[in-house]
Design a protein around this ligand. Structure first.
Ligand code: NAD
Length: 254
């Protein structure tokens, strides 16, 4: 039996980018704790995540929406409330990356990344907070940051700017929403084995360099985010506001 502070059974979470990778891992972690999931992604179907979530006994409602624009945001909140009657948790996970030397980086690769990784994160958080305030329930917002919220990286200028932006947004939103019982925090995953890092893992030299400085001596997995997201979605973290927690196998400690 779980400790009452960690009890989130029956709550409702929106998880963006829920079809694969870290979004799927976080959706599954919440579902295993009894949370009904609204998955948001821009791919045609989200059947793999649906199967995994439904196998836990939780419900999965999929909304196909492209978060490179803010247009779908109001409907995402409305459809969530129409389907499950409430919203308690927002996991702002969807994100993209473009790799190119800064000297050659295009405006399109800048805008595409900033739109999904920062703009959608802000406006979804705003829309979720409005719903939490309307309900009078408070709520939990968990953003996905990165090691590049703390470090510069290389050949990923819009990604670094966006994830550094997520860290700042997490702080300002915590400052403004805390008075409404809304916690805004972020998870900064380290080097996790997903589609997002396929190119890095395929590069033998970079792969060896990365592994060499991870104290845990392995790439992270989507399942490594289950515990942190459950914690940040539960009352156990009620007095944590505006903080970005590294889940990185110790990478930042080196
Ligand atoms: P991924 O590429 O495997 O999955 C991203 C998901 O987001 C996919 O389901 C994709 O379809 C969805 N998505 C992308 N653009 C979208 C859009 N415009 N509208 C709706 N959905 C969209 O990536 P991942 O590794 O699982 O990363 C998830 C998050 O974690 C991202 O924000 C990423 O930046 C962050 N992150 C990943 C790592 C890592 O090592 N994998 C490390 C740090 C941070």
């Amino acid at each position: 039996m779980s400790h009452i502070l960690f009890e989130i059974k029956g709550k409702v979470a929106i998880v963006t980018g829920s079809t694969t990778g870290l979004g799927q891992g976080q959706a599954l972690g919440l579902a295993e704790a009894g949370v009904n999931i609204v998955g948001v992604d821009y791919v045609e179907n989200s059947d793999e995540t649906r199967k995994l979530v439904e196998a836990t006994g939780a419900k999965y409602h999929y909304i196909k929406a492209d978060l490179s624009s803010t247009a779908p945001i109001d409907n995402i909140i409305k459809e969530t409330v129409d389907t499950f009657g409430q919203l308690d948790i927002l996991v702002n996970n969807a994100g993209i990356i473009r790799r190119e030397d800064s000297i050659n980086f295009t405006e399109k690769d800048w805008d595409d990344v900033m739109n999904v990784n920062v703009k959608a994160v802000f406006f979804l958080a705003q829309a979720a907070a409005r719903q939490f305030i309307k309900q009078g329930t408070g709520g939990k917002i968990v953003n996905n940051a990165s090691m590049l919220s703390f470090q510069g990286g290389i050949r990923v200028p819009s990604y670094t700017a966006s994830k550094s932006g997520v860290l700042g947004l997490t702080r300002i939103l915590a400052n403004e929403f805390g008075q409404h019982g809304i916690n805004v925090n972020a998870i900064a995953p380290g080097y996790m084995a997903t589609n997002n890092t396929e190119a890095l893992r395929a590069d033998k030299k970079r792969n060896a360099e990365i592994l060499d400085r991870i104290p845990a001596n392995r790439w992270g997995t989507p399942a490594d985010l289950k515990g942190p997201v459950m914690f940040l979605a539960s009352s156990a973290s009620d007095y944590i506001n505006g903080f970005t927690i590294a889940v990185d196998g110790g990478w930042l400690s080196r």
